[in-house]
Design a protein around this ligand. Structure first.
Ligand code: LLP
Length: 422
């Protein structure tokens, strides 16, 4: 459910025609819907009913400050994976006691910053990291709140690049060693062992992997309790898929699947949804530059490219592509929709059937809110797109389009002689 809909066959972002936005701010441009963001947060929270729940929005999915501030105001916590994300969410008004820190490669500086900030907990992924956190906490003369992230060794049935819960992946503590890790952690006096966490993958469109994970997780919690360790937090990570093309289970079914086995454990439940919160709340709008016909194919060349949205080539991801103005009746054609970047992987869709686009037309790439702008780069020296947040009739510019000057900021022009010694 989202608020990008046709009104009189013209695509609107909430109450504003997308064509008006494109004329004012140019293309390519990311447009987010505040109403959709609010709705997704509410739906997720309500799905868990009265359960003791903290939603830690996985901000890696979309980390614009204004969006983070909206989440913070709705009462969301944050799942962070870097010092940069910590800085961003604090700047946006996050309560430190709602921040969890995940990731396999936290640096000393990042651990120090997290501990000094007083975040809720660090999700630990390896034994050397566990000991490093203990050392840093001892040096800072405080106790570090930690949770161990277990790798439950299961197949989440998703793209290999975004599957994390199998034992061959780099993530989490091996299931077979988890009790040993806890025993070790309990001997380190500068640690406060308060949680268990996991994250099995992303864009998961079946309930079964979540159900399988809950069984293994509940077993660990019960085993630890028998050993005299009472945890306070159970962090089940993110991963619920969204309907790019195939249907995904709704939050109500996801919540029921988690609560069935975990609801009675008496722990505070944390979830870290990213995509589910923001995916369908954003679109990428691009303009058609040329129609190029060859003897084998039609290419629709647009002004958006893989540097703006990497998902199609990186994960063979499907994004629906819609004409912004659907008033004219156009025959359906099959075409590759490609950008200007000098790579054959620079496409948004291949062999896609769409109403025949003409040069100058606007196309909307749907469900681009999650892992869209945040994965953008300056490849081919292309400035990154502007980001806009629409709320009813209001359009807020929440990130300026980069300028050419922005592209060379931080690059001193160092003069090295052309005829120097080899
Ligand atoms: N928690 C942890 C520890 C994670 O690593 C992730 C995502 C999440 C939560 C949020 O997962 P979500 O609810 O969004 O599925 N760039 C890829 C997705 C990478 C996901 C990485 N981790 C894509 O565009 O599909």
């Amino acid at each position: 459910m989202n608020y990008f809909e046709y009104r009189n066959r013209v695509l609107h972002a909430e109450d504003v025609p997308v064509s008006e936005i494109a004329a004012r701010f140019g293309t390519p441009v990311y447009i987010y819907s505040a109403r959709t963001l609010r709705r997704h947060f509410r739906v997720m929270r309500e799905a868990f009913g009265g359960a003791d729940l903290l939603i830690c929005y996985a901000m890696k999915a979309l980390s614009n400050l204004s969006i983070l501030q909206l989440f913070a105001k709705m009462g969301s916590g944050f799942d962070i994976v870097s010092g940069g994300e910590l800085m961003r969410c604090l700047k946006a008004g996050a309560d430190p006691k709602t921040i969890v820190f995940s990731g396999v490669g936290k640096t000393d500086d990042e651990i120090t910053a997290a501990l000094k900030t007083g975040i809720l907990m660090i999700n630990v992924e390896s034994r050397p990291e566990l000991h490093r956190i203990a050392e840093i906490a001892a040096r800072l003369k405080l106790r570090a709140p930690v949770s161990l992230r277990v790798n439950p060794d299961l197949d989440p049935h998703t793209h290999p690049h975004i599957s994390t819960g199998h034992r061959t992946s780099k993530f989490g503590v091996p299931l077979s060693e988890i009790f040993d890790y806890y025993a070790d952690a309990r001997t380190l006096s500068s640690l406060e062992v308060i949680g268990l966490s996991t994250h099995i993958g992303s864009q998961i469109t079946e309930l079964e992997p979540f159900t399988e994970a809950t069984g293994k997780i509940a077993g660990i919690v019960e085993g630890l309790r028998a050993d005299g360790l009472a945890l306070r937090y159970l962090d089940m990570g993110g991963g619920l898929g969204i309907p790019y093309q195939e249907e995904s289970p709704p939050p109500s079914e996801y919540a029921a699947a988690l609560l069935k086995r975990l609801g009675g454990l008496g722990l505070k439940l944390i979830i870290e949804p990213g995509r589910m919160m923001v995916g369908n709340a954003g679109i990428l709008v691009t303009r058609v530059l040329y129609i190029k016909d060859t003897d084998v194919k039609r290419f629709v060349v647009i002004d958006g490219a893989m540097n703006d949205l990497l998902r199609p080539v990186l994960y063979e991801a499907y994004h629906e592509i819609r004409p912004v103005d659907a008033r004219a009746s156009r025959p359906s054609v099959t075409a590759d929709i490609v950008g200007p970047v000098c790579e054959s992987g620079d496409f948004f869709a291949q062999a896609r059937e769409i109403p025949e686009p003409h040069p100058g037309d606007l196309l909307a790439v749907m469900s681009a809110g999650a892992y869209g702008f945040v994965m953008a780069s300056n490849y081919n020296s292309r400035p990154r797109a502007a980001e806009l947040l629409v709320d009813g009739r209001q359009v807020h510019l929440i990130r300026h389009r980069e300028t050419f000057e922005d592209l060379v900021r931080g690059e001193p022009l160092v003069d090295v002689p052309a005829d120097g010694n080899a």
